[in-house]
Design a protein around this ligand. Structure first.
Ligand code: ATP
Ligand code: MG
Length: 606
């Protein structure tokens, strides 16, 4: 029977479950929450992605900027200013990058200490001075672009081809034109052979081409560094030595590997000087186009270790009297004394050892020669550089072939002949590079006949000078010797820890003692080695002579001397460095002494 309590009369046997509204709502809420969380999560992700996108874009822009900047930088001439001296580590950081032509190698050996690095032709060549702590020696290291094997082969090929194909006479062009021409020729060659090169490789190769065709090949850096006075090569497989202004005699890392390399270098150098050197005539004395003095020997004919050469570097702007004072080679008073003596036509002989600075002092003093006066200089190799217009610079000439009975080769013109020719040209001032042979007789005769003569001589005291002059081959009679007025003794001496050049004394030759035939001398200034100062010895015959000739009182003489001292001191103080400027000031004083000295004293004393 059906249960009366059921409502539907018991239609089915299974009861349907009625969902609970609350739980449904809860479910939906949860799902909604989940979805919201998901959306939030995705939103976060999306935001993050957007941010990343922005960062990525920024990075990309930055990268582009860098590339553009670098490209521009590569196009521009590269100028990297280096502090005066950098350590190897710092340099390595700066130059280790593969893009630069020259990498400064790090010093790995313990016993070497780096002293300084200087750029020579940045960013291609540098020099580094190192010091060996064990054997206490300096080494002057030339650092140039390092070539890979392929680059080396290509360089050889380019050099060979250029040698064969160069049509242009490089001698007549300016350095800039020559460089431009070589660059274009290399470009044309590379294109014609379909060779593609990275910029930096090309830079390195062109550096060597310019160095070898226009410069002085392996010694080019040594010929550019202004700190170098002398370069000497004693033979193949022996490192070249230099005389450095700061470190003195120093070994370098430059070396000619074998006889062949050195011989061809010496022959090439001789050709560039317009001279000839051969096994038959293996001795050469010449002037290099940049004005430097060259002495060379070829092969093992006269020098058993093989070819050799010594180059005395030329200065475009020769040292001036203010420089000489700056170096403390002379005092202001000594230079003023010499100025007066030059103006009044006293003949001067500068004596000293090799490389004591004789020619340099002479060149500086010649700036005091009044501007309109005629000067003739006679030299074996051109060293003297003067701003005077009325100046004849003559040079001796070597001959050809074997020497004849008179000891001269065909076409040879020596100092003696040039001197004879010079005397016919009525010079007021005559300068002979160095006294050593029979020309000395003529030179002293010129002094005796009223010419003002300057020269240098290898002698370290007045005594040895007189000895050399009076004995063969010069054999000068004493009476002629007395026509010389002043002897300057100059030497390279030790001052403190270093070496310096000092005029050790200025000696006036006063005359000859008639009874004893002794030469009477008066040392006017002398150098005291103990305290490195110059001492005036209290009396000068030259002042008396000038006073007599010019009818001056001793007060006027003193004032004139003081004026010269003031002008020289003013040039030193105001840093007048160029020899032309010095000559201008000197000539200004000759023309209008009062105005010049007024200006100078205004500056000096206010
Ligand atoms: N007063 C000086 N102070 C510093 N350096 C100097 C001085 N005089 C000369 N020098 C340098 O010394 C070197 C030699 O100078 P210089 O040629 O004048 O010597 P020298 O005595 O004429 O030599 P040589 O005996 O070979 O003719 C040059 O490089 C020059 O720059
Ligand atoms: Mg000299």
């Amino acid at each position: 029977m059906a249960d009366p309590t059921t409502l539907d009369g018991g239609a089915t046997g299974v009861e349907e479950e009625v969902p609970d509204i609350d739980s449904v709502a809860e479910d939906i809420r949860k799902k909604a929450e989940d979805e919201a969380a998901k959306i939030e999560f995705h939103e976060d992700k999306a935001k993050e992605a957007g941010f990343r996108l922005d960062v990525w874009k920024a990075v990309e822009n930055l990268r582009n900027d860098c590339i553009t900047a670098r490209y521009k930088w590569q196009k521009k001439p590269r100028r990297i200013r280096l502090p005066k001296a950098m350590s190897a580590e710092e340099m390595e950081g700066k130059y280790q990058e593969k893009r630069v032509p020259t990498v400064i190698p790090r010093i790995t050996e313990d016993n070497w200490e780096e002293i300084e690095i200087q750029p020579i032709m940045e960013p291609y060549s540098f020099i580094r001075v190192r010091y060996n702590k064990e054997n206490h020696e300096y080494l002057y290291e030339v650092i140039e672009p390092q070539l890979t094997e392929e680059e080396e082969k290509l360089l050889e090929f380019l050099k060979d081809t250029l040698l064969k194909t160069l049509e242009y006479t490089l001698e007549d062009a300016t350095t800039k034109d020559k460089e431009e021409y070589l660059r274009k020729s290399v470009d044309a060659l590379l294109i014609s052979r379909n060779i593609r090169l990275e910029d930096v490789s090309k830079d390195r190769i062109i550096y060597y081409i310019i160095r070898d065709f226009i410069g002085y090949s392996v010694i080019n850096v040594l010929m550019v560094d202004p700190q170098i006075e002398d370069i000497s090569c004693d033979g193949p497989a022996i490192p070249l030595f230099i005389y450095h202004r700061k470190y003195h005699s120093v070994r370098t890392n430059v070396i000619f590997k074998n006889d062949h390399d050195l011989d061809s270098f010496v022959i090439g150098l001789a050709q560039r000087c317009g001279k000839h050197i051969s096994v038959a005539d293996p001795l050469l004395d010449a002037t290099i186009p940049d004005g430097s003095r060259l002495q060379a020997t070829l092969a093992r004919e006269v020098t058993t270790r093989g070819s050799s050469f010594t180059i005395r570097r030329f200065r475009d702007n020769p040292f001036t009297p203010p420089d000489i004072i700056r170096f403390k080679t002379m005092s202001v008073e000594m230079v003023a004394y010499l100025w007066l003596s030059i103006e009044h036509g006293e003949s001067i002989l500068i004596c000293g050892g090799t490389a004591s600075g004789k020619t340099t002092t002479l060149n500086a003093l010649l700036l005091f020669v009044p501007p309109q006066h005629k000067i003739i200089t006679i030299e074996d190799t051109r060293e003297i550089n003067l701003p005077h217009e009325n100046w004849i610079a003559s040079l001796t000439r070597g001959g050809f072939g074997a020497r004849g009975a008179d000891g001269k080769a065909a076409g040879e013109i020596d100092m003696f002949e040039l001197l004879k020719a010079a005397l016919r040209q009525r010079p007021q001032y005559l300068m002979v590079g160095e006294v050593r042979g029979k020309e000395a007789q003529t030179l002293f005769q010129a002094m005796a006949t009223g010419h003002t003569v300057y020269s240098t001589m290898h002698a370290d005291s007045v005594k040895s000078m007189v000895h050399r002059l009076e004995n063969p081959p010069i054999s000068l009679p004493r009476i002629l010797l007395s026509s010389l007025n002043i002897v300057l003794l100059q030497a390279q001496v030790r001052v403190g820890k270093g070496m310096a050049r000092r005029v050790q004394s200025i000696v006036a030759l006063v005359g000859i003692e008639p009874q004893t035939n002794e030469l009477i001398t008066n040392s006017v200034y002398s150098w005291s080695s103990a305290d490195d100062v110059f001492i005036y010895n209290g009396h000068s015959f030259m002042f008396e002579k000038i006073m007599n000739n010019q009818s001056m009182t001793s007060e006027q003489m003193k004032e004139e001397f003081k004026r010269r001292c003031d002008i020289i001191e003013w040039m030193r103080k105001t840093n007048v460095r160029n020899y032309r400027d010095v000559a201008k000031i000197v000539s200004g004083y000759y023309k209008d002494p009062d105005t010049t000295i007024e200006r100078v004293r205004q500056d000096l004393y206010g």
